[in-house]
Design a protein around this ligand. Sequence first.
Ligand SMILES: [Zn+2]
Length: 721
Amino acid sequence: MFIFLNQKQKKIKKMKRQKFVQKKEEKKEQEEPRNILCHVVVGCIFLLSFVAIIVAITYPYPHTDYYRDAKLLKGDTLGRINCTIGERYDSYLDICAPLPQSFLPELVDDTVGACESFFKHMSGNWIKSHKNENRAFTYVYRKNQKYIHDIIRDPTSGYVYTFYRSCLDTIVHHQHVMIDNSQVRHVKEHILGALKTHGDLPIIFARLAAYGFTSPFLFTIEPHPTELKMIPLIRRDYMFNITAENSYELNECLKKLSNWIVEDENFEGTYIEYLQTRFKRDLLNMGTLLDGSPPNFWKMYLRELNGYNMEEDIDISTQPVWITDKQYLQLLLHRLSEISVKEWKAYVEHSIDFHTQQHIPDLPEDSYFRIHNPVNGRFRHRSYAFQGDKNDHACMDLTQKLLPGTIGNIFLNKHMKNYEIIKKQVKEVVENVRDAFADMIHNTSWLSANTKEKVADKLQNIIVRVVHPNFYEEEAIVTRITIDSYLRNINIIRRYLATRNFELWTKGEPNRDLIQRFGSPITTVNAFYSPVTNTITIFAGILTEPFYSSTFKDVELYATIGMISAHEIGHALDNVGRLFDKDGSFMIKDSWTMREIEEFEKRKKSLMEEYEAPFGCINAKYGEQTIGEDLSDLNGLTAALWAYKKRGGKDFASFFKIFTQLWSETYDLDIYCDRVSNDEHAISMFRVDKTLRQMKEFKDTFHCSKKDLMVNPNRIVMYGE
Ligand SMILES: [Zn+2]
């Protein structure tokens, strides 16, 4: 993953509302009507004007400056449009935007030498005139958000607009019943109606899962971490807090469930060892669970979830499954009847109420997988509902999360009409960068011929997806969305997501590209490499200035989007990525020789030591925290430069300058330190300076000496020499 986005940008909750300003039209004196027809015409005009004025005044959807995350010092609504150097006033966004040129000499601060801090030298003048901003990302993020929000608000956006209006009219304007009791009753009858005995529980749990509601365990389909296939992931679900109606039965049920939770002990050892242990421990066959489960529990569960399409003869016991809370699940399934049917009913009813009465559900960022892939070690399950402002922005946010496919297509047709051309050009850049990476590997002295061959094969196998994933699609159920049934709409979309997820397991041949069909919306200002599928995705959202322009020359292309792609490819060979093979399978046994591993670790350690927490912030393990990204920064920039050289490029100075200015950012110390504590990416100054310190092309181009800060006398090389 590529970039930190200012937390504030993500948490735009409280928004100022601009009053809808009604333009007063001057009314022209009317001439005395000469006949009846004139009377009628004038009367009609008056009536229409009157209606127009009333509609304008009472227009219920005020325009909010939602895309603004912090007050800008320059060029804001207060009329201060004196943008700083290197900026132009963007009247559409009402902010100062970076000029589209890839390099701006006016940002250069000559009081800091190029060999002292290239970051400060290249961007000093920009840094001095800004506050809490990242020059490129903040701007493009705002622009995309504005585009998306305009799409959602536009009545010509079809079902996207219908869904948004259903939310707005219900939640904000109370034009429709807030809690659609008939819908809740319908859901309760469907789920709860079937619960008579403990034997019915698998059906009940499956129905909860199909709606995306909380149940005692979570069942999703995820890529198999060590093979090319999809498998179920079963884990303990998030335990929501009881906020009201503390019924005795519900409390009893939750108490018993929580008794079965076994906390993970802290793991001592490296991250790789942790992964290896996890894979050995948690990657199991369904048979392991079947032993303690009531007879036919899983068969009933799966049949219910799959709408009875499950093959009768499927041998569940041999199916691989990823179980992350084995002891909890075994206790739960073994002791289902210790919780009475009455107590289970209270639990299920509470879950339904919880998910149907919270008007704005808080859905995962990627709106699809409820859990991010476990391989990344980042379990994020957020099925709890959002209880914040029920306003225009909340509905906007929800629409964006629930219908990313449909919105993405409108975005492309409106704002990236030439996306086929862009796709072709950027794909070529990515492939050239990948080939340069392969050259680097070929020239790496400390890797054996055998390893080189495997790595080259892996690089060649990377699936490149530009603009959008290849299996990109609109949400098929949009036509069922209606303007007056908000809750029903939500349930339709949730069930659709659950079904699509299940299909990944039961339908079709495994396909790395298909597996990665979902993910972040294409408007994301980012690029991703996925080690479990060996795919790289450069989203439409980042393919705009200053990151990319179809008019960019070679040096510009390779210092911007080429560098970003190379960084992502770098993740295929960082400390974690190198352990996955060409199909995205984790190699529990490291395929590298002992000598290679030792050499890699030695070099990695030197790079880690480069990254001490920046001045003013405390984090003794900063190097360890950021090493995956630091490795990708170094390998990525090197590969991008190799690709540029391979095309005959010689203007290294421009290459380094363009790359550096793309990273211009400045934040207050508290924000910086917060990032230093949590972000796996180093701060921009380090991403530039610490990387360039290792590159001999940089030293030679700017004639730096060994004594200069921008030169590491013990240059660190990972691949390429
Ligand atoms: Zn990264």
